[in-house]
Design a protein around this ligand. Structure first.
Ligand SMILES: *Cc1c(COP(=O)(O)O)cnc(C)c1O
Length: 405
């Protein structure tokens, strides 16, 4: 029948040229095929590289106790959950995990999702819709932005961390329902949101605050209980105006996400979140692994202490080594340490230079970050040693020399 190889005149014909445009702008991304090795090393296309790109901040993703728990979970429950949570997919393992998660972050109730992206794009439209208003930090993660767009509510974007701008927007909005969205730790900057200030504004203007703690859970707060515990806003001090969301594929080392808050809010989300209702529940083997992960996060204070030592060592080393260079280390107290380079091709060049030295640090370019702020996103993990950090500092110092001259 019709020759499907010929699409002359069709818009489908434009894709090769559109891909070339990406190439010319240095925006085409490549996936790398990786296999884990020892420590923070990865085998990437056959090359052994010291990696600084993993969000496995506590070094739990390959932990033998988690692997064992996942295997035990698979033996007890099978591999697939078989259905949506509201039909037949809500296993006793997932139910127990929700209780453990709520206890861990010291909030009344938690709802466990298969992914963080699906959580935010689903819960925002479940909370607000056309006629309501959303207030969103300019540097929020893409899934909060996409959730806001899906909701149909009016979106007010405020400059990053600008509480005065947020206050003004909240004060002048006549919307009956106001929802403030913020990353708790910003994923490309590493800085921590001023949660008490956000909450105070939400109280003053009858708004709900949704915090995405993807990068704080397990790392911030006593026993890694996250950003609310860090600011002493959980337990007895928990506010019914806060919805806490965190992902479980980063510091927790597994996969999935959860949202926690007041009984009524979480029950509402269970009833109304389309990405929850119309999707297959996460496999129970993940919940089995996550139970062990929560125990290790709680017990192993040494992991957070080691991470803090690495962060301090990197910052001291780079601040000395990069003196006189135009590269700028962001002001971040967390495991995410952005090194701002500027132009896309320059950031790619540094990434390539590091790679030739056996180091892998990803260059992050627009549209993930703003135009002209291409950067290396250095992610530190408990899997790194102090010698690993020194190697990175030395390599970056050497690469910065020409720029400084
Ligand atoms: C990684 C991330 C997500 C997405 O979580 P997944 O479980 O990977 O889908 C959401 N929000 C932030 C801030 C993230 O960094």
């Amino acid at each position: 029948m019709a020759n499907t190889a010929s699409l002359t005149g069709s818009w489908l014909d434009e894709f090769p040229a559109r891909l070339s445009e990406l190439d010319q702008a240095h925006l085409r991304r490549q996936r790398q095929v990786v296999e884990p090795e020892d420590g923070a090393y990865l085998c990437v296309n056959g090359q052994r590289l010291l990696a600084f790109c993993s969000n496995d901040y506590l070094g739990l993703a390959n932990h033998p106790a988690l692997v064992q728990a996942a295997c035990d979970g698979a033996r007890a429950y099978g591999v697939g959950s078989g259905g949506s949570p509201l039909v037949s997919g809500h296993s006793s393992a997932n139910d127990a995990l929700e209780h453990a998660l709520a206890r861990f972050v010291i909030l009344p109730r938690a709802l466990y999702f298969y992914a963080g992206y699906a959580t935010n794009i689903g819960i925002v439209p479940a909370l607000v819709s056309k006629g309501d208003a959303i207030f969103s930090d300019a540097l929020n993660h893409a899934c909060l932005i996409d959730g806001a767009r899906l909701s149909g509510a009016q979106i007010h974007r405020y400059a990053h961390a600008d509480m005065a701008a947020l206050e003004q927007q909240l004060a002048s909005s006549p919307a009956p329902r106001k929802l403030v969205l913020s990353d708790a730790v910003f994923s490309m900057e590493g800085d921590v949101a001023d949660v008490p200030a956000l909450l105070a504004l939400c109280e003053r203007h009858d708004a709900l605050l949704l915090l995405d703690d993807a990068h704080g859970f397990g790392v911030l707060g006593p026993q890694g209980r996250g950003c609310l515990a860090h600011f002493n806003l959980s337990g007895q001090n928990a506010s019914p105006r806060v919805l806490y969301m965190a992902t479980l594929g980063k510091a927790a080392g597994v996969a999935g996400a959860f949202v926690a808050g007041s009984e009524a809010l979480v029950e509402w989300l269970l009833q109304k979140t389309r990405s929850y209702i119309f999707a297959t529940a996460a496999p129970a083997l993940l919940a089995s692994a996550l139970q062990i992960s929560l125990q290790l996060i709680e017990q192993d204070e040494w992991r957070r202490e080691h991470l803090q030592r690495l962060i301090a060592r990197l910052r001291t080393g780079l601040n000395q080594g990069l003196q006189g260079s135009s590269w700028q280390l962001g002001v971040s107290p967390t495991a995410i340490q952005p090194l701002l380079i500027g132009p896309n091709d320059a950031a790619l060049g540094v990434m390539q230079g590091l790679r030739e030295r056996g180091l892998w640090v990803p260059a992050i370019r627009p549209p993930t970050v703003a135009e002209g702020t291409a950067r290396l996103r250095i992610a530190l993990s408990v899997a790194h040693t102090e010698a690993d950090i020194d190697r990175l500092v030395q390599a970056l110092t050497a690469l910065a020399k020409p720029a400084a001259a």
